[in-house]
Design a protein around this ligand. Sequence first.
Ligand code: FE2
Length: 134
Amino acid sequence: MPELLTGDVAENRNVSANMKRSHFYVCPICGNVIHAMGEGAFSCCGVRLPALEGEAPDAEHGIRVEDVEDELLVTVNHPMEKGHYISMLAYVTDSRLQMEKLYPEQMAQIRFRRMGRGMLLALCSRDGLFVQKM
Ligand SMILES: [Fe+2]
């Protein structure tokens, strides 16, 4: 309905749904995270959500990956304070997504089941989405 009112109709061009083309939407009010395999129009708390634009990690949001047994240990050396923390880490390949919510005071570190080539995503509660190919 909101897209009808604004005239911004989202055409879904990702019908084949390669998950590396996934879009993430974050509500600025409640922090809800929405994942979509294609384009879409999503709202939360009465706010229309734009798709996040992923950036290459900077010095403060560097994503480190280590092999641990049959898993990947993914770490972001970043503050984990209320108001500024890594709120989500995700591992995306062509056909799969692993996503884990993080909270202030815990380490920004997750073990993901190895799935092959893909992308690692780190969502900072203040600075946005960072994406690293692997
Ligand atoms: Fe940050």
